[in-house]
Design a binder for this molecule. Sequence first.
Ligand SMILES: [Fe+2]
Length: 359
Amino acid sequence: MTDVTQPEVETAELLSGQEIRTFSFEFCQSLLLQKFAKDLAAIGGPQAPGVRAKANSAAIELNASFTRHQRELLAAYSDGQISVLIFEGLQKINDVSPPNELPVLASLENHYDVLCLAARNQILLNLVDNSAFAYDMDNEGKLVRLVANFKGGGLNKIPTELDIKELSSHSGLALGPHTEAPYWCAVNAKDGHSPSPSSLILSALWNPGMEPTSVIPIPPVLEKIGVKNCLALTTGNFQFTRSDSFVSGKGEDGHNVSILEFDDKVGFTARFNSYRFSVNDNASDLVKSAFVALCQKVGESAPVEHTLTQESAMVINNVRALHCRDLIKDNRRVLVRLFGLSKFSSPIVITDDPLRLQG
Ligand SMILES: [Fe+2]
């Protein structure tokens, strides 16, 4: 008996420790990636028509230079089997120190270095069979999201800071564990809503305080709460509040959604936000206690931290991992974020190039 069960136990332990993997670029490979990113930035980056196809071609060309081990890592992420893939060994975009104050959003959005990082993220998404996209009702419909303290909320006040802080990536407030909105469904479009982002990818333009990005893989949390609670979380007994990053007048609170969903292709998917989700008042006691157990175990989980710079990027599997952060201390910290749509996802497409989905 021992002979039969022992390897399975070891495999399970090994797998739970492999939720976060690192892909190391060799020098020649990262030079090639840099060249492609600069070419795409020169014609406008991810938002420009035609860049989608070029980013895909760049990924195909890069792929030809990868080793078997590198390809296996990309495939594991592409197949939805790991929570996070960290890309290391990337080239610096620009060595110049950040300015003394955070520039305004409009000037940064068209900054060549930002377009380079965004284009590089788009190619990296393609390497794991994800396509960069935007929702119509989020981030003004734009593919590139700059994560920085544009609206204050960090440790140090900015001159234009309002009393009420936005709970979004445009302010520096600490954010509890969450997956990215929208939360209606995770893989297949439902009731006129596209699924949640399959992935988000982040890199840093500036991170002078070396402030980390934190991730909590969900599989170990589900193992801790057990089968009965997991099943209760698949019922449509939960609600969420509207996100602050949505376009004014668009997006809404949601009702009667599940947190977990079984999916034929990826096994399970999750949607959760510790500061926006709640359980319906009329849910059963079993469902209510499952929600409490989930919140408790998420709260007890020690996040895995990674400090982003220009030389790294992290792609987070948004249906398998939560992310969170502490209060941002340095107002000059700027991350460049893109959403990715996996090969499994069936969204409602509004425009193909650039890819824009109905949220
Ligand atoms: Fe987030």
